[in-house]
Design a protein around this ligand. Sequence first.
Ligand SMILES: [Zn+2]
Length: 641
Amino acid sequence: RTFHNRNSVDDKGMTLYSIIHVTRNGQPMENAFWSGKVMCYGDGGVYFKPLAGGLDVAAHEMTHGVTQYTANLEYRDQSGALNESISDVFGAMVDSANWTMGEQIIKDRSSFPTGALRDFVDPHNGGTPGSQSWQPAKMSEFVNTTQDNGGVHINSGIPNHAFYLVARDLGRPKAARIWYGALSNYLTRSSQFIDARIATVKAATDLYGATAPEVQSVKNAWDAVEVYDGSGTPPPPTTKPQGTEWILVTNTDPNDPNSLYMAKTTIQSTSDYFPLSRTIVFNRPAVSDNGQIVVFVDGDYNLRALYTNPQNPQETLLDTSGVWWSVALGPGLSSLALTSKFVDTTIYYFDLLHKQAKIFKIVTQSFDAPDARTALYADALSFDPSGQFLLFDAFNEIRGSIGDTIRFWNINLLNIATGQMGSVFPPLGGDLSIGNPAFSKTSPTRFTFDYWSRSLNVDYVLAADFNTGNVGTVAGPLMVLGYPTYSADDRTIAYHTLINYQSANHDAIQKMPLQADMITGTGSAETHSIDAAFPVWFVIGTRVGVDEPAPNVPQRVMLYQNYPNPFNPTTTIRYSIPSFGLVTLKVYNVLGQEVRTLVNEQLPPGNYQVQFDALDLVSGVYFYRLQVGKYSEVMRMLVVK
Ligand SMILES: [Zn+2]
């Protein structure tokens, strides 16, 4: 608090709870973890003594909390290894007598020959590659694995060692200030090691000036662990829908037999409403991304579909098993996600193109303990524009040993391809919850959601970018949940509220224009509909991607760091060109021999990406060179097999 001027993990004085003697399936637990809300320590067993006995272990777990409230680094692959490394770094700063982690809790010296869990000075820590104590010290030792969330506790050795080199050079206090500046100002959820290099260089520049020896020290340290200078990981690509905009509204006036209307986004008369159904609509319907199909759960928990054609809605029952609770539709009607009405940790996913079903068991992410589970069921679902990610909210319960129970809703992101899921936002204190997420229409990382207190009976509509962690207030306080929805251009959010009309409270839908950040309301809401709920803003038309004629022509030639890197065997290389010209992209080995031509053609201006498969190449450093006219740029990449 005095050193970094930070008040508790959330910087708002959050009360910290620790639970010791935590068990797993009734057995002593060989672990400690941060649950997103509570620190939990097991009693150890074969490998470890009680884990609460390690000062650096405690600081490590609390730092996961700080990371969650700042960069919120995604807990997988390189961003996950950075998350682990940040926890080790500040753990080592608190327990500053040495450069080892966990030296107070090791019981089993045969697995941990040095008596420590991890070592910043020598990440190999007395082990050999693949053994429990060993970590890589540089990128050529990087471990590609699917275990341990992609090696988050293994590859953290590389940024750990970089931090040690800076601290050895500048002293611990300066190194810690630089790393904290990078964590709180520059690192984002998707940051890779190259981004950590760029972030710490920026943080050192902020603190000491661009020409200061401190900045050079940071660069030298990253060079030493083979994380070389580059242009950073580009943000995910964006797309936008184009066509006629509508708002789907659910009628709440009991005197009106229609249940569902499609409405123009600006209402001038009752003829701007088009009735679609008289069936009871149980909760927020889903609309396909071409705007033509609505799917919803009815009052009997059956699944129904209809066309957004008021002359001929052709409503049909899709499934009559009477068990459904909520629904989302993937792009191009490629997929469907459902939850059931039971207390059920399952999300049911149907790949409609390949006629395959999958189930995903929801977990609320706990750091360092992948099998800790607090989520009971999911509710609201929303696919991103690619259909590869699903946002959902989940109800959680953490039971304490003395009958005290913490209950809350949180918002999670599911990667459909890998099944990986994680909280996009740290859980909040007290009875505060977040839920009802809905993706924006143009960004794959921006979404809107409800934020409420049950005891105070008050709700705010918020919006956030889960990559940057920026959050804005759209509207509130409201007396009901808002179920917010983004407009087609992400410049407006519509939400459910109560308004006083003819001396009584009525359900209503309001539209709030947003500021330029697209996450903060302007404060001047406009009422769209009265006696209406569950707005869904949709577009009848098509989605325009960045691979089609680029809406934003790049200003200059850009060659980005490949992702993932290191890789085995495939990676993606992205580049941008500002004008029409002959483009070549070639791969060379360290001897300068050309091993592959990836691109060799005339291309129009735009943003491009190309896959590179190194299946037939040996492990090692390779270079890729982009040539556009007279301009060329070279980056390096690493194959690790
Ligand atoms: Zn950890």
